[in-house]
Design a protein around this ligand. Structure first.
Ligand SMILES: Cc1ncc(COP(=O)(O)O)c(C=O)c1O
Length: 351
C-alpha cells in the first residue's frame, strides 16, 4: 500500500474504469468525455475559470503558467523545495525573478511580501501546499496582499498536493493559474496536468512572446472551447478521471475535506505520542500530507521493515530530508487505512 506523497494507490474499480476501448481524440465520444471532466472539476472546485487538461505531469502547467504570464519579471515566494522549483522554472525560462524566502516549516504570510510586489512585477508565484515541509499557506490572504500592492500582477499558484484535499476557496483566491495533476489527491495514476486559468491570464498571454507550442495557453484555450485537447490526450486516464470525479462528487467536497482533516489529526497525534511531533508550524499544517520529525528514529531501517510488511511512506525532502519523513494521505485513503498503517508502524517500533 502506498502512503507516499504521490503517486498514490488507485482503487481497483477506478483502475477498471480505465480499461474501456480506445477512442480517437477528435471524435464526438471524446468531446463528451472532455466536456464532462471540465464541468465536474468546475463543480467540485466551485469555479467558472477555464479548466485546461494536458498530457504530462503537473510541472508542465507550472512552466506553462510562467511562460504565458511573464514577459520579463516575476516574484517567487518560497518556503520549501517546490516553491524553489517554481523560481528555478522561471529563471530557466529567462525571466528575472525577485525572491521572498520564508523559513522552512513556516507559512508564507502577507507580511512577508509587504513592499515586495513592484509595479513591474508581472506575476507572483508560490506553492500553496509545500510538500517538502507539510505547510499549507493561506493563498487567499497572499493573493489579496499581492493585488493590494499591484492589481495587475498575475497570481500563479501550485496546488499540486492540495487540490481535492483541502478547501482552496478558488473564488476568494482570485488567482490566474491554479495548477495540479492526477497522481495526488485525485487518486489516479500520473499523466495529466490540470490548470484552472483566468481570463486575465489569457489576455496577458496575448502580449507575451515565446509561449512555446505545447504550453501555449491561447492554443489550448481554442481547442478546449470545443472540448478538444491541443495534442493527443491520455484518454484511458481521462476515463479514470471522469469516473473518479463522480465518486468525489458523490462523497461531497465538505465530507472529503473533513476526511483529510481527520487523517492528518490521527498522524499528528501519533507523531506527538511516539516521536518528536510534526515539522510544520501549528495552524498551517497540510491535511493531505504529514511531515514528521524523525527524532532519534533510524528512518531507513524503519522504512525497510515497513516495506517488508507491504506499506510504503516517503523520505524527507530537500533541506529537511535527514530530519523528517513524510506520510501521504491523499485520494481514496481513509482514516481506517491510516489507523491500520499507524498500527503497523507501532508494531515495528515495539520490535
Ligand atoms: C507541491 C508540488 N509541486 C509540484 C510537484 C511536481 O509535480 P509533478 O511531478 O506532477 O510535475 C510536486 C510533486 O510532488 C509537488 O508536491
Amino acid at each position: 500500500m502506498l502512503y507516499t506523497v504521490g503517486p498514490v494507490n488507485v482503487s481497483p474499480d477506478t483502475l477498471q474504469s480505465m480499461t474501456k476501448p480506445m477512442i480517437t481524440h477528435r471524435s464526438a465520444e471524446y468531446k463528451e468525455l472532455h466536456g464532462n471532466i471540465v464541468e465536474k472539476i468546475k463543480k467540485a472546485l466551485d469555479t467558472d475559470m477555464d479548466v485546461f487538461l494536458v498530457a504530462g505531469s503537473a510541472t508542465v502547467f507550472n512552466e506553462g503558467a510562467i511562460r504565458n504570464g511573464v514577459s520579463e519579471k516575476c516574484l517567487g515566494i518560497t518556503n520549501g523545495s517546490f516553491g524553489n522549483r517554481l523560481i528555478e522554472i522561471a529563471e530557466l525560462n529567462g525571466k528575472q525573478v525577485d525572491k521572498v524566502e520564508v523559513p522552512w516549516g513556516k507559512a508564507m504570510r502577507p507580511e512577508h511580501i509587504a513592499g515586495k510586489v513592484a509595479k513591474d512585477t508581472e506575476a507572483v508565484c508560490w506553492a500553496a501546499n509545500e510538500s517538502s515541509t507539510g505547510v499549507f499557506s493561506d493563498s487567499v490572504a497572499i493573493s489579496k496582499a499581492v493585488s493590494e500592492q499591484n492589481p495587475d500582477a498575475l497570481k500563479i499558484v501550485d496546488v499540486v498536493t492540495a487540490a481535492f484535499a483541502m478547501d482552496l476557496r478558488v473564488r476568494d483566491m482570485d488567482a490566474d493559474a491554479i495548477v495540479f495533476g492526477t497522481q495526488k489527491d485525485l487518486g489516479l495514476p500520473p499523466g495529466l496536468a490540470i490548470m484552472l486559468c483566468s481570463e486575465r491570464m489569457l489576455e496577458k498571454a496575448k502580449t507575451v512572446k515565446n509561449r512555446g507550442f505545447y504550453t501555449d495557453l491561447l492554443k489550448i484555450k481554442k481547442q478546449n472551447d470545443v472540448n478538444y485537447a491541443l495534442t493527443t490526450p491520455p484518454v484511458s486516464l481521462m476515463y479514470g478521471l471522469d469516473y473518479q470525479l463522480d465518486k468525489i462528487l458523490a462523497e461531497g467536497m465538505p465530507a472529503r475535506y473533513r476526511r483529510h482533516e481527520e487523517m492528518a489529526g490521527l498522524i499528528e497525534h501519533w507523531a506527538d505520542e511516539r516521536l518528536a511531533g510534526v515539522f510544520p508550524e501549528e495552524g498551517y499544517r497540510s491535511k493531505s500530507l504529514s511531515v514528521l520529525n524523525r527524532g532519534d528514529l533510524d528512518f531507513d531501517a524503519f522504512h525497510k521493515k515497513l516495506k517488508a510488511k507491504g506499506y510504503e511512506i516517503s523520505n524527507g525532502y530537500g533541506d529537511v530530508k535527514e530530519k523528517t519523513f513524510r506520510i501521504g494521505h491523499m485520494g481514496d485513503v481513509t482514516p481506517d487505512g491510516i489507523r491500520e498503517l499507524l498500527g503497523v508502524m507501532d508494531s515495528i517500533m515495539e520490535e
